[in-house]
Every structure is written in structure tokens, then in C-alpha cells.
Write a protein that binds this ligand. Sequence first.
Ligand code: GLN
Length: 233
Amino acid sequence: MCRHLGWLGKPRSLAELILEPPHSLLVQSYAPLRQRHGLLNADGWGAGFFDVSGSDKPRRWRSAAPLWGDASFASVAPALSSHCVVAAVRSATVGMPIEASATAPFTDGIWLLSHNGVVDTAVLPASRGAESVCDSALLAAAIFERGVDSLGEVITEIGSGDPQARLNILAANGSRMLATTWGDTLSMLHGADGVVLASEPYDDDPRWVDIPDRHLVDTHDGEVRVTALDVSR
Ligand code: GLN
């Protein structure tokens, strides 16, 4: 399992979100607290964000090296600010390639998307345009093809095809952020300035809430809806 983090709200720097909190994604890359699969997240990292300047094109910075060794990102991250961020640190599933293109966030040019988990790629519908043969990249391509707006439905279908799958997804498009819980942890911090969704809380703020398993979180315009996924199908 990897660890991911999303932000939707007032602009914040990537350093403030990813590097500076006491239990930041950076710390989670070598000492995660709630990770059930894998010991550390050393197989790469990615930070995606939307420009505050008004362009709706997502920007990404990804690497197949550990986040803790990236002095360039540490130097530049305080100067990169965004209202909408999706970042991840990766623990590659056995057999998956270790390369920047297999590292979240994935994109279709509109959405940024990260996956914590594993899926049998045989149950995924054939889709074109995957960035890598990694299961998460194929899953992202399948979700993009069906439409991220129907994320809950797509995850329920894929999860019923592969009962062993773990399908925690985090996706954002600059004005909306969606996440699922399916086999791994997710917490939310809903503050006055915006919403953080993260595989694990990055500090001890008492407002963090844990999202129960098999749920969908949908946030836009300062509103958050958490609904149970329909697992009866
Ligand atoms: N299966 C994905 C990969 O290999 C994600 C792994 C994870 O969540 N640790 O990258």
C-alpha cells in the first residue's frame, strides 16, 4: 500500500502539505503508522497540482526514487502553491515496474488520480492510454475511461470482480475531490480553509476523522459528502 494525500481549498504550498507536518507524507514514506501492507514507501513519489494562475491543466512532478532523498523537491516545494493537490509515496506491489510513469498521480489531462492498493489487472476492462503496465496505472486508465464522476460505481464493480482487491482511490480536478475506501485507511481533516484527505493523519489535530471502509467521499465548494458504497451488487 502506498500513502496518498489530497488538498482542496485555499492555496497552500506543497511543502506545507507534503513535507512540513510532523507526520507528513515525507515521514510516512519511511515510517508510516497505519500501513497494513508494506513497511515503507521507498519506490517513488509524485506531487500533482493545479495552477493558481488559472490554467486548469494539472502539473506533475514524479520520481522513482525515495522522497526523503530529493533535495530538489525540498528546495522548490515551499515556492509551489496550489488550491488543489494530489500527492503520493509508493511501495510497489511485487512484480510491478519501478519507474516514474508507474507512480501516482496519474492523469487524463483533467483529473489527478492516486491508488493505494492492488488489483488483478485481468478484471479490468481493456482501456487505452495507461501510463504504465503497473496495476494502478491500468486501474486509473479504466476509471478515466468510465468517468471519474462515476468513481463509486466503477470501484464497486471492480471490487466485486476481484474480492482480494484493495481500491483506495483519491482523485481531484481542481474544483472537486473524490476518494474511496476499499481495504485501506483514509482520514479527513475538514477545516475552515479546505479539506485534506490522507491515508493517515499528518498531525494530531483533533478534527481528523477516519473514513469507514467501503465509502465514497465527495467534496466541492466547501461541502463534503461521505456515503456508503453499494456493496450488494
Ligand atoms: N499496486 C500499486 C503499485 O504497485 C500500488 C501499491 C501500493 O498501494 N502500495 O504501485
